[in-house]
Every structure is written in structure tokens, then in C-alpha cells.
Ligand binder design. Structure first.
Ligand SMILES: [Mg+2]
Length: 350
């Protein structure tokens, strides 16, 4: 969605490739202690002092990962940064720099890219990362955005997916399922709009859900909170695909099983009510919905007192011996095998 209010449309060809990057990044500053040279030379020069460098990269493809029918470009820019920073925080690292590469067709004017970059700029400012490079090129069809994020962490603080042990507690930040239900609401409104372009949807009851979908926030507060609590998780991952598949990743990488308790899964009341409205099972949505960008981690049981009563954290299960398998324990105290996707299979079993 392109919200250019003054309706001016400057063709991309009016800027050369270099002129365009200079134009789009003209307001971007750098943090001198982390970034010696940002945009403006053949390559950036970064300073990580005595810390390890943590790197991650992601593609966002129009029609696959986002739909411009309801995704404002500013939000898209913001979200593209969040998706990557979330992966850095999942390593217990601090975010330092990002590079942004985009491919666009000439159906997008310069003003559209300015909106996209205003979202990137806002994210960079709020999350204290420097934009240190990138590229723009043309695409024959849709828009493609690739972000690379660089972070820093002391070697002993890095948390991998592979360190969970039997009896460790499985803990999640925030609440789950809201981003997916926000997408369902937006998809429904898109269909209504197709039939009746004059309809004025009342989206107020869905504000939280839509925000979680369009403007997700990566958990930059969690690594410093671990430090303050003197807590080193044994394994960690961010929730991009859904609680179920991320839990399976931790188990497979760590060589453990898991018991995950349905009644413990944190759900916002708005998720519960919209699931009733859409006649969807809220547990299924939390397990398979994805895009929550919360952190899922394990801790040694002896560290339980460090998180007890902290509203950021919910203990949702514990790791078991690998031979015991990976299970969801339902409210009716039934054990169901945890599967990554196609949760409908659950219904077929009983
Ligand atoms: Mg991830």
C-alpha cells in the first residue's frame, strides 16, 4: 500500500543507481564507536572490539511474504528490519548494523521507496542500528527486499539452539498467535473491499492483532534483561514460524524431547475472542500461526527463581529425554505428538 499524499510520482530512472541510494539514505547517520565507515565507500568498515560478530539475512518477496494490498510500505520497511533483528536477539546478541537490498519494478515511483525507507529509518533509530550499505536493482515483477543484520555478543553469552538438556524449562516471551489472526482479519477485509470498495471496516476491536501483523517488534529488551537477571539460557530461537516448529527445532538441535502444556500457552484475550469469531482453535493458531517474533528458550531448573513472576516470561513446558518424544499435553491431559505444520492431523488422530 502506497500512501503518497501529494500524488507526485518520480520515475526511478530519474535517479541513477547511485543517486537513488544516496537519496534514500541521506538522513541515515552512524554510531561512531561501532561503525567506522557506513554508506559511501566500496564497503563499510565496522568495529566489534573484543566481541564476536553475529550475522543473519532474510528475503521478503512480494506475493510470498507480504501483500501490498494492505501492507503500507512504511510498515514493510519496518518489518523487514524486525525480522532480522529478531534473529540476532535469538542468539542473545546486540544488534549493530544492517544492510538493505531491494529489487523493484518501475511500477514503483521514487516516492514509494521513500516510504519504504522511512520505515527502515524508524526501525534503525528505535533499535539503534546503523544502515551501512545495500543495493537497489530492477525487478521484472514484484518487490524483493533482502536485509542482512550484524550483531555483537561476548562469546560466552551467545545462545545456540543446541544447548537444551533434559529437565530444562521451556519458556516463551510475550503472547502468541496475534500476528496470524491479524493477517486473517486483514485478508477478510481485503475480500470485503473487493466486493464493496466503499465499505468502511471497523477494525478497532482488532487493533492489537493488526499491529502485531503489520508492525511487529523484535524483543530487543530480552538480551539485556537476561544480563540483569544473571540468566544464561541453555538454548534459544525466535518464533517466526509458530511455537510448534520452533520447539521442534530446539529439541532436534539439542537432542531432547519435550512436554509442552496447552494450558500454559500465553494468549492475548483479543486472540481468544477473534479465534471464536473465525471458528479457529486458539491453541492451533499459537502452535502454527507464526510471525510473533517472540523468543522461545530453555533454562536450567535451578534458574527458575530468576524468571518466576516476571510478566515477560511464561514457562510452557520442560525438556525430556529424546526417546520420550515431543508432545503437547492437552487440557484434557492427553499427550499428542507435536508436529511442525498441518495441525489438522491432530483432529484425525482421535
Ligand atoms: Mg529465527
Amino acid at each position: 500500500m502506497f500512501e503518497n499524499s501529494n500524488e507526485s510520482r518520480t520515475s526511478l530512472s530519474e535517479y541513477g543507481e547511485f543517486g537513488l541510494i544516496d537519496h534514500l539514505t541521506r538522513n541515515f547517520g552512524v554510531t561512531p564507536e561501532n561503525t567506522i565507515k557506513g554508506i559511501g565507500d566500496d564497503a563499510a568498515v565496522l568495529d566489534f572490539k573484543d566481541e564476536k560478530v553475529v550475522v543473519t539475512t532474510d528475503f521478503l518477496v512480494e506475493g510470498v511474504h507480504f501483500d501490498l494490498a494492505y501492507m503500507p510500505l512504511k510498515h514493510l520497511g519496518y518489518k523487514a528490519v524486525m525480522v532480522n533483528l529478531s534473529d540476532l536477539y535469538a542468539m542473545n546478541a546486540k544488534a549493530r548494523q544492517i544492510t538493505i537490498s531491494i529489487a523493484v519494478s518501475n511500477r514503483f515511483p521514487v516516492e514509494a521507496l521513500e516510504e519504504l525507507y522511512s520505515g527502515i529509518e524508524l526501525a534503525a533509530k528505535l533499535y539503534k542500528v546503523d544502515v551501512v550499505g545495500g543495493d537497489t536493482t530492477s525487478s521484472n515483477s514484484g518487490m524483493v527486499i533482502s536485509v542482512t543484520a550484524l550483531g555483537a555478543a561476548k562469546e560466552e553469552e551467545v545462545v545456540y539452539r543446541s544447548g537444551a538438556k533434559e529437565n530444562d524449562l521451556l519458556v516463551v516471551t510475550g503472547d502468541l498467535g496475534a500476528a496470524y489472526m491479524g493477517l486473517q482479519v486483514l485478508e477478510r477485509e481485503k475480500q470485503v473491499f473487493k466486493v464493496n470498495p466503499n465499505s468502511q471496516p471497523d477494525l478497532d476491536p482488532y487493533t492489537y492483532l493488526i499491529e502485531r501483523q503489520l508492525k511487529p517488534e523484535a524483543r530487543q529488551d530480552i538480551p539485556p534483561l537476561f544480563k540483569a537477571l544473571d540468566l544464561q539460557p541453555t538454548s534459544m530461537i525466535d518464533i517466526s514460524d509458530g511455537l510448534s516448529s520452533e520447539t521442534i527445532h530446539l529439541c532436534k538441535n539439542s537432542g531432547t524431547g519435550v512436554n509442552l502444556f496447552e494450558e500454559k500457552i500465553p494468549l492475548d484475550p483479543a486472540v481468544i475472542s477473534v479465534c471464536e469469531e473465525f471458528q479457529l482453535d486458539s491453541t492451533t493458531i499459537a502452535l502454527s500461526g507464526g510471525e510473533d517474533y517472540e523468543l522461545l528458550f530453555t533454562i536450567d531448573q535451578k534458574d527458575y527463581d530468576k524468571i518466576k513472576g516476571n510478566p515477560n516470561f511464561t514457562v510452557i513446558g520442560h525438556m525430556t529425554q529424546q526417546s520420550e518424544g515431543m508432545h503437547l499435553v492437552t487440557r484434557a491431559n492427553q499427550k499428542i505428538e507435536l508436529i511442525a505444520r498441518g495441525w489438522n492431523a491432530m483432529d484425525n488422530k482421535d
